[in-house]
Design a protein around this ligand. Sequence first.
Ligand code: SAM
Length: 275
Amino acid sequence: MTLSEMRDILTSRNLQLTKSLGQNFLHDGNQLRRIVEAADLHPGQRVLEIGPGLGPLTELLLEKGVQVVAVEKDARLVEVLEERFYGRDKLILLHADALEELEDVSKDWSAWKLVSNLPYSVASPILVELALSPGCPMVMVVTLQLEVAQRIMSKAGDDAYGILSLLLQLRYQAASSFKIPASCFFPAPDVDSACVVLVRRDQVLLRPGPPTKIFAQVVKQGFSQRRKMMLKLLRERWPDLPWGEFFAELAINPMARAEEVSLEKFVELTKKVSS
Ligand code: SAM
């Protein structure tokens, strides 16, 4: 789908794009093909696409012979997509808010791949919701603001390391990433983007359910005031737990701020709290 085709659809229907829905459409064919290649798709696989927009990515996904479920919030775009993909039996289009759709914990995405150019305003909550769900997708190939992509991939000690890094890395490893310049989108956003390939870990670091919930609570509390010592913050919230002992047993510096504490240490700390 070229830029002029996108413009034609929008003009002929008098469609004004909605900024709050993150409607920046990817029109660069090379970048779209790179995203699809990064997902390593094979006929018969199942793909979840959040925010198909005018369908440039959807089209390439369907060419791979995969089954696609595409969730779009904007009714005007759903109408365009229904016409554009009429009769394509490998596509299920859902008119819904993806965040509400994903909150249904009974859904099992474990045999699915997520391939999406995500709406920027809700990209992080969507990824966290999926990553922490019991049936999280096997692979997530997502295009995001560059700064968010950096936060996802950061390690302890990096400036961008924080809650998002830890909540996603509990279940996923970043396998690769590439930058996508703002000029590849219409309209061009103010910032560059990146496509990140997240592969689900073979080894489960913490079981879904209570241990994962405790992990998320400890991480959020630890980062609630970035400049403050993590030990103090945890004591404030859970004064009855022997945090000093936990830190000593795990060789975590009692003066450390959360941004210095690795994923592995957060996991070990969670195990102590859970036991
Ligand atoms: N995939 C298309 C592309 O690459 O050109 C469009 C991507 S655009 C960045 C994000 C899309 O997500 C828009 O079509 C927008 O309407 C849709 N969207 C925004 N919020 C959404 C939500 N909560 N649930 C589902 N779709 C949403």
